[in-house]
Design a protein. Structure first.
Length: 315
């Protein structure tokens, strides 16, 4: 089967790289053809338009920065919908709005093709090694057809139910990660102001009930000074805004998420929308006249899981 991939950014490029390394018959496209050059040099083909990709490929994957960007790629005159035909699959791997993916899914189904929302979770370092987690919302038969490719991209693949369910679950997990990041920033700042050795504090949290995936990753890039988690403040606001929309739609009166939105809106105003999300700690550093760092701390994120074929966790 021929696989098309549109959107070769921080996450998309790494996912497409896993497909190429594992022998997939890959066609790529990005707004910037120079971004696609390493894939073309590695044997991937280029599509001159999303329509051409949909005509050429059995599966078309999109991984784009916003629901609006995805809609543009899908619905343009030379978009994916114009090239889809019966039996093909459109897989949306972005973090997106469940209502919007449902709307586009109906248009895909009208073409006789099958839609899937399959956002990923776990960070760019895991996307690069095929160890990321993937949620998939779609019909079970579509899931079974797509699974061999999803297990190239991720070690844990969860069928979440009908189209749109994966997008809801993804924004829930991103909300939890954001809440954890803000609490980690507060914990590290208090540890620093209290005079603790921050390398020791990191290890103490890691072996305690306070540990989390966010601590093991974002605390590390805070303490090593890079602050580079390959995720930016504007994307955080997009994700927790989508989570707020879901909560509002179902009538849940959230208390913490509105505060997180205010915190990141302030961070974005101070440091810019493309500032790394981990630098939300700068609000506390500025207020306390302290720089939270641990000299000699590991410079790169380490993924303890080897790259290997994925496995399914299914309902």
């Amino acid at each position: 089967m021929k696989v098309g991939f549109i959107g070769l950014g921080n996450v998309g490029g790494k996912l497409a790289g896993s497909l190429l390394r594992n022998g997939a018959d890959l066609v790529v496209r990005d707004l910037n053809k120079d971004t696609a050059r390493p894939f073309l040099d590695g044997g991937a083909a280029w599509a001159d338009s999303p329509k051409e990709m949909a005509e050429l490929c059995d599966i078309v994957i999109t991984c784009l920065p916003s629901p609006a960007a995805c809609a543009a790629v899908m619905e343009a005159e030379d978009g994916i919908l114009a090239g889809l035909s019966p039996g093909k699959i459109w897989a949306e791997m972005s973090t997106t709005d469940s209502t919007e993916v449902g709307r586009l899914g109906k248009l895909v189904e009208a073409k006789g093709a099958s839609p899937v929302d399959c956002p990923v979770s776990g960070g760019c370092h895991r996307a690069a090694t095929g160890n990321i987690a993937i949620f998939a919302g779609c019909e079970r038969e579509t899931f079974d057809r797509l699974l061999p490719f999803l297990t190239i991209l991720g070690r844990r693949v969860l069928h979440t139910g009908p189209l749109g369910s994966a997008s809801v679950l993804k924004v829930i997990t991103n909300y939890l990660a954001t809440a954890n990041l803000v609490s980690v920033a507060e914990a590290l700042t208090v540890a620093g102001k209290a005079g603790l050795d921050l390398g020791m504090a990191f290890e103490g949290i890691k072996i305690s009930s306070g540990n989390s995936f966010v601590h093991e990753t974002e605390s590390q890039v805070i303490l090593n000074g890079s602050r580079n988690i390959s995720f930016t403040m504007d994307l955080v606001l997009k994700d927790i805004g989508l989570f707020q929309s879901v909560a509002d739609k179902v009538g849940v009166p959230l208390e913490l998420n509105p505060l997180l939105i205010k915190i990141f809106e302030d961070g974005q105003d101070r440091y810019g929308p493309r500032e790394w999300s981990s630098n939300i700690i700068r609000r506390l550093e500025d207020a306390c006249d302290i720089h939270i760092t641990a000299p000699g701390f590991p410079a790169e994120l380490v993924d303890d899981e080897p790259e290997e074929p994925g496995y399914e966790v299914s309902r």
